[in-house]
Design a protein around this ligand. Structure first.
Ligand code: SAH
Length: 364
């Protein structure tokens, strides 16, 4: 956990890590963009529910075990979400609610997931249940809303799985629309129980602003947003360019992206469901993008993607990376294809952890 003096040390360490990994690969590295508040940024808070000494408790699993540590006391989590979880537990105790038992597969309340939209103040509560039958459901919802009117939606998710997945496939909305809406750089994004969404909104806005700055877009630019998730980067860029094509493999993210495009009336954005490398290969001869943005998972991108990208021959490439090791590896391959990394900027998206995000601009 960061304490304020330690936070400066944490930032310095992250800066140094990025600098040493990218040494010789990038012409200049800007100072890391730190968080104004390194605590309580996580807008997605999850707790496992169990029974201890006859009382219902919620918290995180002790690492490597299935023993729940009550509360968890996580300094990185949104405080209102943590408070809602505590109150759900006390209502569950008052109603003597049935709790799911991992050994027998019987019982009801399994987990609690709370998502907050810090830009709009909306809050989504997901109660993960081991059974469809929830006696006293109406009263439970009424009591919870009475205590926390800031909750804008409640969803019951049925999870009978025996693996460690938090959510099952079936959901029922029992209050509100079943999702919340947040804003990033003035654009609106829907967040449901399952949607992928950046967990640190304040820093995500700084990251996207840096990516937009590096892209130095003009109204005639055709932009490719590879590994686009729910379309957030592309939609935030869409006012500054002619069009954006997003490419994303996960079908749920693609359908969320479609929803977000409509919500923002971003008529110059479309999202294609495809493997990013396959898409690049199929379009390698077309040369139809001025700017390529890529934001791959921790494994980075592929050598084939990089080769095909060079054939498309964009004038700028903006690489948003959540892993400086794979970024360094990929920058070497880009250099081999004639793309030089001009500048890079680390962004602290996950204070209190080892992770560091980096935005990098490459040009021919
Ligand atoms: N740019 C988005 C999401 C980045 S996370 C944002 O800022 O929110 C990386 C995304 O890459 C995930 O949505 C994941 O589903 C997607 N992905 C992973 N492998 C992929 C592949 N081979 N082709 C296309 N997308 C892929």
């Amino acid at each position: 956990m960061p304490s304020s003096g330690n936070y400066q040390k944490e930032l310095a360490k992250k800066q140094q890590r990025v600098e040493s990994l990218l040494e010789g690969l990038v012409s200049s590295i800007e100072p890391i963009i730190g968080a104004d508040d390194p605590y309580h940024y996580r807008n997605k808070v999850h707790a496992a529910v169990g029974v201890q000494k006859g009382r219902i408790i919620a918290g995180t699993y002790e690492p490597g075990t299935h023993r729940i540590i009550e509360g968890g006391g996580n300094e990185l989590e949104n405080e209102s979400a943590a408070e809602v979880i505590r109150d759900i537990v006390s209502i569950a105790n008052r109603y003597h609610m049935s709790v799911y038992n991992e050994k027998t597969g019987q019982g009801l309340l399994r987990r609690i997931l709370v998502r907050t939209a810090d830009g709009t103040g909306q809050m989504l509560v997901v109660l993960v249940l081991g059974d469809y039958m929830f006696p006293g459901k109406k009263n439970f919802v009424k009591t919870l809303i009475g205590k926390h009117p800031e909750i804008t939606s409640i969803v019951l998710n049925i999870n009978r799985r025996t693996d460690s997945m938090i959510l099952g496939d079936k959901s029922e909305t029992v209050y509100g629309p079943g999702f919340i809406v947040d804003t990033l750089l003035g654009k609106k994004f829907s967040i449901s129980a399952e949607s992928f969404y950046q967990v640190n909104r304040a820093q995500a806005q700084k990251l996207y602003s840096k990516a937009i700055e590096y892209a130095s877009l003009s109204k005639s630019d055709l932009v490719l947003d590879a590994y686009c998730g729910t379309g957030t980067i592309g939609i935030c860029m869409s006012d500054h360019c002619r069009s954006v094509t997003g490419v994303e493999l996960n079908p749920k993210a693609v359908s969320d992206a479609g929803h977000n495009i409509r919500k923002n009336n971003a008529t110059n954005v479309k999202v294609v469901k495809a493997d990013a490398t396959k898409y690049m290969n199929e379009n390698a001869a077309s040369g139809m993008f001025d700017v390529v943005v890529l934001d791959p998972p921790r494994e980075g991108t592929t050598p084939e993607f990089i080769k095909a990208c060079a054939k498309i021959s964009p004038s700028r490439i903006v690489y948003v990376s959540c892993n400086p090791d794979t970024l360094a590896r990929d920058l070497k391959l880009f250099a081999g294809e004639g793309y030089k990394a001009v500048k890079a900027c680390p962004v602290d998206m996950f204070s209190g952890t080892e992770h560091v995000e980096t935005v990098c601009l490459l040009s021919k």
